[in-house]
Write a protein of this length. Structure first.
Length: 164
């Protein structure tokens, strides 16, 4: 369902504010808790953070494909396979945070200048079917919020298990 102007503006604001929110959540986690996993098959705070960096770089391409290409195809990926393949625990968290901030700032600037008709563009997602610019904004407008909350849940669980 397409956004009205107020909803779109709200999601654009959330999109732009996401990196600061994620950074604050990350900085709350003590070093010894950053690679702790809350359970089998669940991600550590570091894995969540590095996933966000990978996701943001791909998201920036996805919106550009939607806006510029005729009949764009948005290809899904297996985020768990990426976490394993790219050894997220070996990645540099500060570099990831810097990347997320830069990619979001660059994309937010581009989005701010879009004409209204750009928000009517549609493509196809390999996993979910029809996929438009508002679908993209809905997903990525809340993406870092969701993962900041996940990092905080990990911290709460870690503290409970370590008597803090």
């Amino acid at each position: 369902m397409p956004f009205d102007a107020a909803a779109r503006e709200s999601f654009l604001r959330r999109y732009a504010e996401g990196p600061a929110l994620l950074r604050r959540a990350w900085e709350e986690v003590p070093g010894e808790a950053r690679i702790w996993r809350p359970g089998e098959g669940r991600w550590s705070a570091q894995e969540v953070l590095i996933h966000c960096a990978d996701s943001e770089t791909y998201a920036a391409i996805r919106i550009r494909l939607l806006l510029a290409e005729p009949d764009p195809l948005i290809v899904g990926y297996d985020e768990n396979a990426w976490a394993r393949r790219f050894d997220y625990h070996a990645a540099d968290p500060e570099l990831a945070l810097t990347l997320i901030g830069a990619v979001r700032a660059h994309t937010a600037s581009m989005l701010a200048g879009l004409p209204g008709e750009a928000w009517e563009r549609m493509g196809r997602h390999t996993q979910s079917g029809p996929y438009g610019t508002d679908d993209w904004l809905r997903s990525y407008g809340e993406h870092l919020e969701i993962h900041a909350a996940q990092i905080r849940r990990n911290l709460t669980a870690w503290e409970a298990g370590h008597g803090r």
